[in-house]
Design a protein around this ligand. Structure first.
Ligand code: FRU
Length: 480
């Protein structure tokens, strides 16, 4: 069954060897985020905690920093922060996945780890690859040690999907409840609307469709990618990455969105009742998040800190043979019918050189000493009268207009085409910023809103400037 693994592997070893030192030496190489050793990265896959270690796989194209044939690359870690590169876990080496080992998830079952992914196949010929010429197979692979992966078993093919679906049905997320296994897949209906499909199994091999719990919403795009469905604080949460939503004011401004619905899954009717779709992140670079439950009972989310098919902003790292990264791990909670994202507490282990201030600012204050690139900055804002602005790393501006109740992230030249993004915000109470050489993640009001962006600093870093009328307390740490 296996085709071309050896040839692929030889090409990859050569490709990696040729450029890995250039990638390492790149001034934009990230210090504490997962990035590809060389080449292209997209979705996080197979996130899990297995036999005492965290595992992260991701969509990887080592041969081209602009993307191409997809593999699963593999990293593991004891603390979610220091990652060991285990190379490639899954190759597109069978007739069922020859055009890409696409996204999927992991299921830990006692001493065994199961990976489920989509094997992408494209037929030669004149096809639209939506209604003809494509196969998307759900494939299962088992591992005992979490490092070596066994036979590939196809458990679902397009023939098993409902007739009113196009050939785009993919990205299995699998979990266990009582003695049953469940899987959600994202799909594109023939009506050009996005859906999720729910399957059930007794043995992980034979899967029966249960229902189409959500989808078919005019305003929510033509395809739902990378679904995730879980219970958090007794509520049911569906995360999806829809394609085809139109921008509406400051909402849905990226090419593709990622967001969630909080609701209630009715087990008898197999239907998911929810209120609304809310974007998970308000920045420029966030897509295809996936969650998992760790041994401490935390629901942890990691996303792709990037987006595909972007035309109006770019990543200059391509010149240095790599592109994209993953976000820091974020722990999810629910508050006031919204998902709250908090940086995982392990990030505290990265802290060095603490600086703290507390002061009243009447107009503006410059903190020249806060001029690093790789740092954590926590800010509490009290008794704010009027607007607030923080400028860092030369041209990253965070502005809160108390009158318009809008929070804005705006970037200058360092955004490489990224201009501004906004969110509606009632009150600004705190900012928690994770800055790396070429990325910034901003958690507002203890994770109520998050902005994630790549950032390629141009110009001189003169520290942090704050313009406001209020009491500000600041904690800053260098990272690593
Ligand atoms: C999302 C996605 C998935 C697919 C994968 C391929 O970014 O398009 O739907 O499985 O990427 O790399």
């Amino acid at each position: 069954m296996k085709i071309k693994t050896q040839e692929l592997n030889e090409n990859i070893i050569e490709a990696v060897d040729n450029v890995k030192d250039i990638v390492k030496a790149d001034k934009w190489a990230l210090k504490y985020h997962i990035m590809p050793e060389v080449g292209w990265l997209n979705d996080p896959n197979g996130l899990c905690y297995f036999k005492g270690e965290y595992h992260v796989f991701y969509q990887y194209c080592p041969l081209d920093a602009n993307g191409g044939l997809k593999f699963w690359a593999h990293y593991k870690s004891k603390n979610l922060l220091k990652w060991e590169n285990l190379g490639i876990a899954l190759y597109p080496d069978s007739e069922f996945d020859k055009d890409g080992v696409y996204s999927g998830s992991a299921l830990v079952e006692g001493e065994e780890l199961y990976l489920f992914y989509t094997g992408n196949v494209k037929e030669e010929g004149n096809h639209d690859y939506v209604l003809t010429g494509r196969h998307q197979n759900v494939i299962c692979v088992k591992s005992i040690d979490g490092i070596n992966f066994g036979e590939k078993t196809v458990v679902l093919t397009n023939k098993d999907f409902p007739k009113n679906f196009t050939l785009h049905v993919r990205d299995p997320k699998v979990w266990k409840e009582a003695n049953d296994y469940y899987m959600v897949l994202g799909g594109r209906g023939k009506d050009n609307k996005g859906y999720i499909l729910l399957y059930k199994s007794k043995d992980m091999m034979v899967w029966e469709i249960q229902s189409i719990p959500a989808g078919g919403v005019d305003a929510l795009g033509y395809m739902w990618e990378c679904p995730d469905f879980f219970t958090l604080e007794k509520r049911d949460v569906l995360i999806i990455s829809p394609q085809g939503i139109s921008a509406k004011g400051h909402l849905y401004n990226n090419i593709y969105q990622s967001g969630y619905m909080i609701g209630n899954f009715d087990k008898d009717k197999n239907n998911f009742n929810y209120d609304k779709f809310i974007e998970l992140d308000r920045g420029f670079d966030f897509y295809a998040p996936q969650t998992f439950l760790d041994n401490k009972g935390r629901r942890i989310m990691i996303a792709w800190m990037g987006l595909t098919d972007v035309t109006d902003y770019i990543n200059p790292t391509i010149e240095n043979h790599w592109q994209h990264a993953l976000t820091i791990p974020r722990v999810l909670f629910i508050k006031n019918e919204k998902l709250i994202q908090m940086p995982c507490v392990e990030t505290e282990e990265l802290r060095k050189n603490h600086i703290a201030y507390k002061m009243r600012i009447n107009k503006e204050k410059k903190f020249r000493e806060l001029n690093g690139d790789v740092f954590e900055l926590k800010l509490n804002i009290d008794q704010l009268v009027g607007d607030f602005q923080l400028i860092m790393r030369n041209d990253c501006k965070l502005t809160f207009s108390s009158h318009k109740k809008i929070f804005e992230l705006s970037l200058g030249q360092s955004g490489y085409g990224r201009n501004n993004r906004q969110v509606q915000l009632d009150k600004l109470k705190s900012l928690w910023i994770f800055s790396d050489t070429s990325s910034i993640e901003i958690f507002i009001n203890s994770g109520e809103e998050v902005f994630t962006t790549r950032f390629y600093q141009c110009g001189e870093n003169e520290g942090v400037k704050i313009i406001c009328n209020g009491i500000v307390s600041i904690d800053k740490w260098d990272i690593i």
